[in-house]
Design a protein around this ligand. Structure first.
Ligand code: SF4
Length: 299
């Protein structure tokens, strides 16, 4: 796929922005914009590990093609907080995280900067020896994901909602499920089944994350049933999350409250019945520690 950033169609929004002149709908210009690059201990255990002095080498990119209204990273995803860096500096940051002891390089919401990320990974080829994790909202074009083939070892996509009306209400994205379902199949095609290291860390594969939304457990059920028939359940991990936090007024009344324990357990039981393995969240941990300070650390 030839990437023309003077008429950007990298993501499903296909806004056509000339990024040499102005930012696209997602907030991206020509240079990668970052809010933080540091070790992070709050991913799934096979990504972050358990040693307190280590963690996942997480690079938070600013802006987002999807832009969920309830995003817990709103200062960077919706408000585009961050600082631009050159591609060569981005490569240096990758190596610095490796030197700090990162288990892996974890690229968070990088879809709008795919060509620059690939260029930076090429610059550090042969020096970066840790797995590359691509951490995504799932709203990705298959042809853009193909740019990452051979670069990414672990995909960490969200699978958020199936109902087009829910996609519209949460992110102006009625096509979210059509897009994300195809993206997940492409991710599984690229990585193949799960490969764990002897240290218990994931080396290769896909972890699908699903945040259970208050009032929408039936949508969660439909998503999980789709996933279980689309992909062998033993080939992926499922990470079922509960930390939904209302942060701005939402039209759907239920989205203005937290998830109940009943709702989370109801969806968890369905996931277990379908044979998924993976990770759950203790309801008591659904708090701010999952959101690191966006203060340009490491940028
Ligand atoms: S990545 Fe950004 S600039 Fe490119 S099409 Fe999507 S929203 Fe527009």
């Amino acid at each position: 796929m030839a990437v023309d950033l003077t008429h950007c169609t990298l993501c499903p929004r296909e806004c056509g922005a000339d990024r040499t002149q102005k930012q696209g709908r997602c907030g991206a210009g020509m240079l990668p914009r970052l809010a933080r690059a540091a070790l992070h201990r709050w991913e799934e255990p096979c990504i972050s590990g358990s040693e307190p002095e280590r963690g996942s080498g997480t690079v938070f990119f600013s802006g987002c093609p999807l832009g969920c209204r309830f995003c817990q990273n709103a200062p960077i995803s919706l408000e585009n907080f961050g600082r631009e860096v050159t591609v060569s500096r981005l490569g240096e940051i990758f190596l610095e995280l490796q030197e700090q002891g990162a288990w892996n390089l974890n690229l968070v919401s990088a879809a709008q900067y795919l060509p620059q990320v690939v260029e930076a990974l090429d610059l550090v080829r042969g020096r970066l020896g840790i797995p590359v994790v691509y951490n995504s909202g799932g709203y990705e074009k298959v042809e853009s994901l193909r740019l990452l083939e051979g670069y990414v070892d672990i995909y960490l996509p969200d699978l958020k909602f199936m109902d087009p009306a829910l996609g519209t209400d949460c992110a102006d994205a009625p096509d979210y499920f059509a897009v994300a379902s195809a993206a997940i199949l492409e991710m599984v095609r690229q990585t193949g089944s799960l490969q764990m290291g002897e240290d218990g860390m994931l080396r290769r594969g896909v972890i699908v994350r699903h945040l259970v939304l208050p009032g929408e457990r039936r949508d969660s059920e439909r998503l999980l049933r789709w996933l279980a028939q689309a992909v062998p359940v033993e080939d992926i991990f499922l990470s079922l999350m509960s930390q939904y936090t209302p942060c701005r007024p939402m039209e759907r009344k239920a989205l203005n409250r937290r998830l109940s324990t009943f709702e989370y357990n109801w969806v968890r039981d369905i996931a277990q019945g379908l044979g998924f393995s993976g990770f759950g969240q203790e309801r008591s941990s659904a708090r701010e520690e999952y959101t690191p300070p966006f203060d340009l650390t490491g940028v």
